[in-house]
Structures are given as C-alpha cells and as structure tokens.
Ligand binder design. Structure first.
Ligand SMILES: [Zn+2]
Length: 81
C-alpha cells in the first residue's frame, strides 16, 4: 500500500480548499491558502490539520464586566427601640 499520497495535504478551515505542502510541514508553519488567501497555521502534522493563523484573529475582545446593576437597596434594617 502506498500511503505517501495524501500526507502533506491539509484543508483550509476557511474555504475547504486542499492546501498542499511540498514537504512534510512542521507544527507552527504558516501557509497562505491560494484560494481565499487566508493565513493558515499547521497545528498537526499527521494528518495535517490547519487553522487560521493567530495573526489573522482580530483580538478585539473588549469585555468589561460591569457587574454593577443598580439593585434596589433593600437592606434589612433592624428597628430597635
Ligand atoms: Zn482557503
């Protein structure tokens, strides 16, 4: 059995295009999808698994947890006479 065929091929997670490597890629290698020109990063070698490169992510997470909802201040007052 010849298994040296679809070894160096990963799938673009963006458009699903087959991304071929001339050699066995290494983890962390980046390649540009020729179809959608997304920057891809190799996360696994066998089989080749690609993901969008970290540079491509727009890290504009602007979460500030404002947890100060105006509650009705209902304290328990003890009326001591
Ligand atoms: Zn693509």
């Amino acid at each position: 059995m010849n298994m040296a065929q679809s070894k160096n091929i990963g799938l673009c997670p963006d458009c699903g295009e087959e991304v071929r490597f001339k050699k066995v890629p290494f983890v962390g290698q980046t390649i540009v999808c020729r179809r959608c020109s997304a920057q891809l990063e190799v996360v696994r070698k066998t089989p080749v698994v690609l993901r969008l490169a970290a540079d491509a992510w727009e890290e504009e997470i602007d979460f500030e947890e404002l947890d100060e909802a105006p509650r009705s201040s209902s304290r328990n007052k003890k009326d001591r006479w």
